[in-house]
Design a protein around this ligand. Sequence first.
Ligand code: ADP
Ligand code: MG
Length: 703
Amino acid sequence: MDLEVLNGLLTPKSVAVVGASATQGKIGHTVVKNLVDSNFAGGVFPINPGEDEILGFKCYKSVLDVDQPIDAAILTVPAKFVPGVVEECGKKGIKGLLIITSGFSEVGLVDLEKDLVKTANSYGMRILGPNIVGILSNSDNFNGSFAPFLPFNGSASLVTQSGALLIGIDAATTMKGIGFDKLISVGNMADVNFADLIEWLDQDKNTSVITLHVEGFREGRRVIDVSRKASKPIIALKAGVSAHGAAAAASHTGSLAGSEKIYQSAFVQAGIIQAEDLDNLFDRTLVLSLQPPLKGDNILIITNGGGVGVLATDAAEKYGIPLKFAPEDVQNDLKKYMPEFGSAKNPVDLTGMAGNEWYHDSVKSSYEHPWVHGMVVLYCETAMTDPLGIAKSIKAAVTESGIKDKPVTVSFIGGERSAAAIRWLVENGVPAYSAPDVALNAMAALWEYELIREDINNVPFEVKNVDRKAAYKVIEGARKEGREALTEIEAKRIFEAYDLPVTKSRIATTEDEALKLAKEIGFPIVMKILSPDILHKSDAGGVKVDINSEDEVRQNFNEILKNVKAYKPDAEILGIVIQEMAPWGTEVILGSVNDSTFGPTAMFGLGGIFVEVLKDVTFKVAPFSLKQAKAMIKEIKAAPILEGVRGEKPKDTDMLAETICKYANMIVDLKDEVAESDANPVLLYEKGNGLKVADARIILKKK
Ligand code: ADP
Ligand code: MG
């Protein structure tokens, strides 16, 4: 990607405002005014054929009339004029277009939007939008938007899909002192999307944290790739979680919000940490932008009240950083700064008697101890203390220690004085919050970031012994017959080509043949209907298991045919499958979808009610490493069942992980052909005994 072109779009040195207006209240006026108010130092060229001057700037009829170079154009003209303007901007040699105008793909005009991109790209221009609020950047003194003011200055940069939200966020975070360098509205993402912006922001020297508000990605895989490579923390809030929310998001920005579970896995695979809600997004952004990484999980809490200490302890556990007792020397030292009835254990309770000095000294001494990886300081407003004094003591202790590689978060509970102290701390680089659990959640965000980055660069599992030719032969066979649904036999042939362990099967067309094949395979056997028209064989009475004799073979042969004829009289019957009966085992299921955002994605879960009723399944964008497959197995709620409960032996999860990887490689390899597939059930045995795919299904993409 040409990052330089994006420089022109995202940090322009000169801008045209096409559709600039002299009339107050119009967006075309507000944008020019915002450029002035933000002290933008570059050239500003209002474009409006009906005006001579706007806010002191000479006005031009067209960008083509401007005799100086222009980096970016901000478009506020009605949608019908946009194509013409894009053409002119291209001729002018402009690098980037910020299209504020709405009325494109979000109202169904997808082709019109595509044409804009085509035209722009043909001139080497990139488009942000359409349907955006614009870009705000503190480091460039650039408010190229119709949001009222530059955000509170900081080092996080936000990318959001919602323009209205951007304006709200601008005001809300300014009030809280949560600092941003850039706020970027991506709108419909017709051209520049999250992947581009993550890549660009990662190399932007004014950005230290990338904050995303996401409804849906356009290039999911590229987002994963660029995020993995990013050197800065990325945090995302995914909207459109509920089915209803997803539908609203789709109609809102014209993008498809994929399945929430796939998104969650994709974030993990990308090394992106997540936020639960908007407040959480900013609370976490604050800590990520102000504090160093957390290099271990020894968190020490210092408080002046037992009650908040307990709340914080609960929160620490809930957010994955459970407290441990500090070593003896830390405790002994801390006892100097508390009365007899205080507690030097973790949480450290200085008691309500703690004033500036105790806070200062206890924080300083423990913060310097090598055991402590991170500190959370809590304070409840008291009559005898001044919150601002406590805040300053905490800050002084941290500064005096000279330590720069250990994070601190703070919670002050109280009224207006505490609110002012929180603000003071935030402005002085210490993430401070009102609720103790938020301070713990912030610390946990740093830990999540450490953990998530450990895992992202795993090399995908490599499958040997792949017989791709055999797989394609099966697919071509079905294509010739105009079928998308493969039979179990066909699907299993493909599975086998990818070295997956399937039950041995043969096809019988007569009773005698069935008998002969049954003897060849060896009792007990399973008999199943073979028909491209019957996908769920048991539903049609088309599966008989545990067949042990010649008599049973004859009897079931006829019974299956009878059942299927009754179930679906016009079903084409190719024969009866005579299949090796796999021994009883734990039923698990593998599945795959070709997700519209992330491409081939594998699913894993326990079979039976676990998948049907409890939906206890997990996804991962394929391919992935053996370690990641093992993580998948642990992710489901029913995971303990596989580890062996109540005297049962543990299951062969090593072999299962390998099988999941092979399956993942298969769906990646066949992504242009296969729409979805599953192995249901896979029978999983005790450690050392492997597993067997008892049933397989593949649906081809429509061509
Ligand atoms: P469908 O899912 O199309 O109804 P299956 O092939 O999955 O049909 O068979 C239904 C059930 O029969 C399976 O869930 C499994 O419990 C059992 N079964 C099927 N094939 C075998 C086999 N080869 N060995 C052991 N059990 C089997
Ligand atoms: Mg099945």
